[in-house]
Design a protein around this ligand. Structure first.
Ligand SMILES: C[S@@+](CC[C@H](N)C(=O)[O-])C[C@H]1O[C@@H](n2cnc3c(N)ncnc32)[C@H](O)[C@@H]1O
Length: 251
């Protein structure tokens, strides 16, 4: 963890009755493949933020742009790096990479890390908001010389299959479980897009107070026959307890 550095653009940055969970919604905005600029924008070529310098204090904001245009209700937050993305770096050291899908990617810190560590890996990332992809996700990969390894989609993750996005060796979802519906969708998307033998990493707060979702519910929903899974807990005694579920697909 101590030897890598990322170049980031500087910026601001109960119990449940599972039988009543809503079924995933139809895509509101179908996923669209983003075409990065052929003549890359005037992004800084020197690191503005070297990763070790941010010290792993699990600050909720590491890098982001002023968030004025990702405020579609229910789809907020992609311009900053959330705590669970940082937690993931503690466990992804064991991941061999391969083909990677990151859902609700935002700044995409976990996939940046995996690509930097496993240079032959490739990734597909999706965030609902096109401005997030344009001004945060793509620039982060571009500045780290990794954008050629990545396909960028904006739109609803529920529609990925409709646009031909299939199965992956690794599926990552960080802080995508912040409502009951999104918790259910996150699990369904891992089921849909993870190859047999592949590994999913789903990370988030155990409870999103007032929202109903969280890793507590996610753990209740996993089918142990379909996945072999384990949990890594992150509790610093200050902020919300967070979990990472590492799940290997059995069948
Ligand atoms: C709390 S942010 C987390 C961002 C990033 N994964 C992180 O941990 O820093 C949740 C992200 O999920 C995205 N998101 C939520 N619902 C989505 C959907 N249906 N399709 C695609 N992205 C979605 C939002 O746009 C937002 O960027």
């Amino acid at each position: 963890m101590s030897t890598f550095a990322f170049n980031f653009l500087d910026s601001d940055s109960t119990e449940k009755d599972t039988s009543t969970l809503p079924t995933p919604t139809t895509p509101i905005v179908p996923p669209v493949l983003y075409s990065p600029p052929t003549n890359p924008l005037n992004y800084p070529s020197t690191p503005l933020l070297a990763y070790p310098s941010i010290s792993l204090t699990h600050s909720s904001t590491i890098s982001s742009l002023p968030s004025t245009h990702d405020l579609v209700p229910g789809f907020e937050g992609g311009h900053k790096t959330w705590e669970s993305s940082v937690d993931l770096l503690d466990v992804l050291g064991d991941c061999k990479g391969g083909t990677i899908l990151e859902l609700g990617c935002g700044t995409s810190l976990p996939t940046l890390y995996l690509l930097q560590k496993n240079p032959t890996s490739t990734a597909t990332v999706i965030d609902y908001n096109l401005p997030v992809i344009q001004t945060t996700t793509f620039p982060n990969f571009h500045t780290n010389r990794l954008s050629s390894h990545v396909k960028f989609y904006s739109g609803d993750w529920n529609g990925l299959t409709d646009v031909g996005v299939g199965e992956f060796d690794v599926v990552i979802a960080s802080e995508t479980v912040y409502t009951v519906e999104k918790t259910q969708e996150s699990l369904e998307l891992v089921r849909r897009h993870l190859k047999k033998g592949g590994v999913g990493y789903v990370a988030g707060k155990r409870f999103y107070f007032g929202c109903g979702g969280g890793m507590g519910l996610f753990k209740e929903l996993i089918d142990g026959e379909e996945f072999e899974w384990e949990v890594k807990e992150f509790d610093n005694g200050k902020s919300n307890v967070r979990d990472i579920v590492i799940m290997r697909r059995r069948k």
